[in-house]
Design a protein around this ligand. Structure first.
Ligand code: PPE
Length: 316
């Protein structure tokens, strides 16, 4: 992976290679962590974090749902993140805050093990490839079902839950596909291993709703709003597996992946990205890079000193 200089660790900026934990940290054993995937984009007005507050609020909610008391408020984490981007001298980058139960005790009721918090920010390119963003990817419905609301909390972004995504992603990659699509416990379409899914059927955008075990996604909210603002109809409802094969267009969204069209699913051709996918993608990318006036409020600009107001040194 691409490294940066510093990582924020429990309130301190430490060198990348020194950001370490004890091997008996609780989260290593049980997956007791919650995290975020956030992106910052180099805009004309400098680096800007996309929907920063929404991501940090989701982090706080995920922590609460898994009984992890966050040692810092979303505002403090946001400030630390902006400072980390400045100190690392980053423009476009991926941001990974992680709160996890650290070293102190093992066992399942380990409330005396502290909750540690890190924020890392580093360069990370297109998750499913630039070709994928342009021409679409090949996906496969997984034999693994997405975790259900009866056993875990699909709405939350918790570390341990990702074993489910990893099983699906590994299966689809080993079978030669670029992404896995998981069905929910009922057998309806849920989402990708790290992205939400949308189909175009009879000219309307259809996407599974909150009762389909989807993550409470930030980009899904953005894309639904963008599509509606563009005049498209968006319907949130259960989606049957065969509808994937019958769809006119399919695309995925996620922070790491951004908006990625699907050109083939379970060996059924969908084709090159269609008209609706293209216009939503174009506006979405404009929003990410601060080129869409109407969505500027989604950006948290990182003030970077230009050095202009530093006293100039006059040589004698
Ligand atoms: N579903 C899952 C399971 C998921 O992990 C993500 C994000 C999404 C949907 C889309 O959510 P949002 O980013 O809020 O629109 N996946 C993150 C982690 C990916 C990884 O491989 O790590 C991400 O995209 O950052």
């Amino acid at each position: 992976m691409d490294q940066a200089e510093l990582i924020w660790h429990n309130g301190e900026f430490v060198p990348w290679e020194d950001a370490k934990v004890h091997v008996l940290s609780h989260a290593l054993h049980y997956g007791t962590g919650v995290f975020e995937g956030i992106r910052c984009y180099e805009t004309e007005r400098g680096p800007a974090v996309f929907r920063h507050a929404d991501h940090l609020n989701r982090l706080a909610k995920s922590a609460e749902l898994y009984y992890l008391g966050l040692p810092y408020s979303p505002e403090e984490i946001g400030e630390a993140t902006r400072e980390l981007i400045r100190r690392n001298g980053l423009g476009s980058c991926y941001i990974r805050p992680l709160a996890f139960r650290g070293y102190g005790s093992l066992g399942l009721y380990a409330t005396d093990a502290p909750v540690d918090l890190i924020v890392a920010a580093f360069p990370w390119g297109a998750y499913l490839g630039e070709e994928g963003q342009k021409h679409g990817i090949r996906a496969k419905v997984s034999s693994w079902r997405r975790i259900g609301p009866g056993g875990l909390i699909p709405h939350a972004k918790a570390s341990g839950q990702y074993l489910n995504s990893i099983l699906a992603k590994t299966e689809s990659t080993n079978a030669g596909y670029e992404e896995a699509i998981l069905l929910d416990e009922r057998g309806f379409v849920c989402e990708g291993s790290g992205e939400n899914i949308y189909l175009v059927r009879d000219g309307e955008i259809v996407t599974p709703g909150h009762s389909s075990s989807i993550l409470d996604s930030i980009n899904r909210k953005s894309v639904i709003q963008i599509a509606r603002d563009l005049g498209d109809t968006v319907v949130e409802r259960d989606v049957a597996r065969a509808e994937l094969y019958l769809a006119e267009e399919i695309f995925l969204t996620g922070t790491a992946a951004e908006l990625v069209p699907v050109r083939e699913i379970d060996d059924h051709p969908i084709g090159e990205p269609g008209e609706i996918t293209r216009h939503v993608q174009a506006k979405f990318v404009d929003a990410l890079y601060g080129r869409a006036e109407e969505y500027l409020e989604w950006l948290d600009f990182v003030e970077v000193s230009t050095g202009a107001d530093e006293p100039s040194k006059v040589s004698s």
